[in-house]
Design a protein around this ligand. Structure first.
Ligand code: ATP
Ligand code: MG
Length: 745
């Protein structure tokens, strides 16, 4: 349902929202979206405080929530309406009290943001609803009129859990932020561990789900991981120590073992960090230290993903509940890749809760199948990556070249390192080409061993160098000579738009150069998120986090004054960064190349800003503008117009975030994406090398699955003039900015 359809459609309806169980970053973003969607639709939202307990207590436990109550919470961790584990809600009397309080306030719509327990509670409450209100009528706790007015409970759940344990979706609310905290800790630990040649055992959360552990191990470039879904074989201690020792002997400076808090042995016994630590110390004869990350993982500000995804989920859940008839049981909403999915609450919870039993019964394959493709991909890739690779183990004489091209994107190093490790592990020799296609033309080619790239996972930038230069037809001759003399059998191109253009050119011209007739696979890396054949590019998430961080700081800097800000993001002709930055940063307006900027639109915006400062007591307005949104209405022009027309209501500032957007260490999501895409690229390149296929392919992701397509087919889904996707999945979120980020007049 579009915001236009929703606008004013729910007048007179009342909707409650609560957060339950353990808190998770992003819960506030979801709460804010629910509240504001309800107001936009004309309904009255109510905050239910301290989880289900507020519903039972009534009074201050259930209070109307206004537009402003949801202001300034998007960037806050935890939950501003509190959470509590209410034992009373599990009892009939507790639920009777809760139903009576809701009915007395006229609320029969409910959204619960919480873990499996909270969603189980929601399911029971909904199933019990008609019995509860019958009993309340019998006991004269509600009137016959009330009984008739609220025959059904319309509801929906959102899974807030840093464990990522909901079966059927990719990411629950809070997981990505937890991964950011873990990433920060592991990056810090690995620098000290490397200085002292020390081993660290790091415990992360995850009682029944090893996602955090596995994702941490891959994105931190760690050596060994223990997760609940895959209890290790008997004698694992020996294998682990042998693996750590071999890594050290082959030149790795530090060792990090990740253990999920729910890790168990095959006979169901807990594996303690202390056991792992002492085993390593005894076997390796070197100091091993334990770090238990604990509640740090739940803390801190939510990541960009947890803000935009939770906002979108909150919007969809509220839109559903406000228009539901109550004939069908309420669903749980989640994200599968870039798509909102609606799962039946009962089944989703039953599946989620069945996992611990299946693990106890040793049905690991069933559990892994329930976890989905990303999880199984990560297990497979980590198993391969974590084995030490000695250069002398190289079996084949086939050589893979790695090259970057196009603008710099964080995560290029992660992809290059994965390519070297996986390439060597699969028996290839891997060479690095320095400085893009210019470097290839002049023969800047170096052999890479796994030791050379150890540590690249965490690093921003691109050690191999990247150039935006697209080779000229004349340079193709030199390039073909270099490929020939370096005996390159397959080329892995990790880069942005210019990399794809260069490869397209090679495709057109290579009939004239036999040496260029080798298989080529492109891996998409561009902060603009604009490349063919994929819904997400490596680096976009990192840049987005940088933008959101800048927005938070800008808001803080303006908190003591009346101010309008126009922030300019990168993106060239693709609005991804500006739009998602606006959604995740809570901007009141975003200016995108896809939707254009008109004088009429600017006038409407300025009138709205003045109205909002005058009548709603607004003291801050933020517009995010993509650098190419409009050639004439530049960031400066927009700021001047706002300033001039504000007549002293506020002052106006601009911020061009600039190249710092390319400069961060890759985010956990970008490291995982880089690793998965590169794994697939090396697999395809390998297959092509052995079969003699010379096709040019590109890897990409859609709905969190990795797939490969012919570059010529992928190019057809993009707009070559503007260098962006023809139908971006994220563009509809613009309407959410219009409905959730700007209060109605
Ligand atoms: P997390 O998994 O992050 O701890 P959670 O939502 O699973 O979050 P729980 O303590 O299991 O946390 O559940 C939260 C609350 O949900 C409970 O305190 C209780 O009020 C309610 N609840 C849980 N199970 C039921 C149930 N079977 N019937 C009614 N209410 C329930
Ligand atoms: Mg739970």
């Amino acid at each position: 349902m579009t915001p236009q359809d929703l606008r004013g459609s729910a007048a007179g309806k009342k909707i409650g929202v609560l957060t339950g169980g353990g808190d998770a970053q992003g819960m506030n973003a979801a709460l804010r979206a629910v509240v504001r969607t309800a107001i936009y639709a004309g309904a009255q939202p109510y905050a239910i405080r301290e989880g289900y307990q507020g519903m039972i207590d009534g009074g201050d436990g259930i209070t109307p929530f206004h537009w402003d109550d949801a202001s300034g919470i998007l960037n806050r961790g935890g939950t501003v309406i509190g959470t509590f584990r209410s034992k009373e809600f599990i009892t009939r009397e507790g639920q009777l009290k809760a139903a009576s309080n809701l009915v007395n306030l006229g609320i029969d719509r409910l959204i619960v943001i919480g873990g499996d327990g909270s969603l189980t509670g929601l399911n029971e409450f909904q199933e019990n609803w008609s019995g509860l209100i019958d009993e309340l009528l019998e006991q004269s706790r509600i009137t016959a009129k009330q009984h008739k007015a609220h025959p059904k409970l319309m509801c929906a759940g959102l899974m807030g859990s840093i464990d990522n344990d909901l079966v059927g979706t990719d990411m629950t609310i809070g997981v990505d932020s937890a991964l950011h905290r873990i990433r920060e800790a592991i990056d810090a630990i690995s620098s000290t561990a490397a200085s002292h040649q020390r081993c660290f055992v790091v415990e992360v959360m995850g009682r029944n789900c090893g996602y955090l552990g596995l994702a941490a191990a891959i994105s931190g470039g760690c050596d060994y991981v223990l997760v609940p879904e895959l209890p290790p074989e008997d004698g694992w201690e020996k294998t682990m120590c042998e693996q750590l020792r071999a890594s050290r002997e082959a030149g790795r400076k530090d060792s990090i073992v990740i253990i999920a808090e729910g890790a168990i042995t095959r006979d169901g016994k807990d594996i303690s960090t202390e056991h792992v630590r002492s085993t390593i110390e005894e076997s390796l004869g070197e100091e091993a230290r334990v770090t238990i990350l604990g509640h740090v993982q739940r803390g801190g500000t939510p990541s960009a993903y947890d803000r935009w995804a939770s906002t979108w989920l909150g919007y969809e859940a509220a839109a559903h509940v406000l228009t539901a008839s109550g004939d069908d049981p309420g669903p749980v909403f989640g994200l599968h890749g870039e798509e909102i999915v609606r799962l039946p609450l009962v089944k989703a919870i039953a599946d989620t809760r069945s996992v611990s039993g299946l693990i106890a019964k040793g049905e690991y394959d069933t559990v892994l199948a329930m976890r989905g493709t990303e999880f199984t991909d990560l297990i497979r890739i980590f198993t391969e990556l974590s084995k030490p690779k000695r250069t002398e183990a190289q079996a084949s004489d086939k050589r893979i070249g790695i090259i970057h091209a196009g603008a710099l994107s964080p995560g290029m190093n992660t992809a290059a390192r994965a390519a070297v490790w996986l390439g060597i592990s699969r028996g290839y020799q891997v060479v690095g080409i320095e400085d893009g296609f210019l470097g290839l033309a002049s023969g800047e080619i170096v052999d890479l061993t796994w030791k050379d790239v150890d540590g690249w996972t965490q690093e921003g930038g691109a050690v191999l160098g990247t150039r935006r230069h697209i080779p000229t037809v004349e340079e193709l001759y030199a390039i073909s000579r270099s490929i020939e003399s370096a005996k390159i059998d397959g080329l892995l191109v990790i880069g942005g738009w210019n990399a794809y253009e260069a490869v397209a050119l090679i495709n057109e011209e290579r009939s004239r150069y036999p040496a260029l007739q080798i298989p080529i696979v492109c891996v998409p890396a561009a902060i603009d998120n604009n490349l063919p054949g994929t819904t997400m590019c490596i680096g976009a998430d990192t840049a987005l986090n940088h933008i959101v961080d800048s927005i938070d700081k800008v808001k803080m800097s303006a908190s003591a004054s009346q101010r309008c800000f126009v922030i300019e993001t990168m993106g060239r002709d693709c609005g991804y960064l500006a739009l998602m930055g606006g959604v995740a940063g809570g901007a009141e307006q975003v200016y995108l190349p896809e939707t254009g900027v008109t004088l009429e639109g600017i006038r409407t915006d300025i009138e709205w800003v003045k109205m909002s400062f005058d009548t709603h007591g607004r003291s801050f307005f933020l517009a995010v503008r993509n650098e190419n949104a409009n050639h004439n209405y530049t960031t400066r022009v927009l700021a001047h117009l706002l300033d001039e027309e504000g007549h002293g209501r506020y002052d106006t500032r601009t911020l061009v975030i600039g190249h710092t957007q390319q400069g961060d260490a890759p985010s956990p999501a970008d490291r995982l994406l880089a690793t998965r895409l590169t794994d697939s690229a090396i697999t395809h390149l390998g297959k092509q090398i052995s079969s003699g296929d010379k096709g040019i392919l590109c890897v990409g992701t859609e709905d969190n699955e990795v797939y490969v397509s012919k570059i010529t087919d992928a190019m057809e889904t993009t707009d070559p003039i503007n260098q962006r996707p023809q139908e971006p999945w994220w563009l509809p979120l613009k309407q959410i900015v219009d409905s959730i980020n700007r209060e109605p007049e």
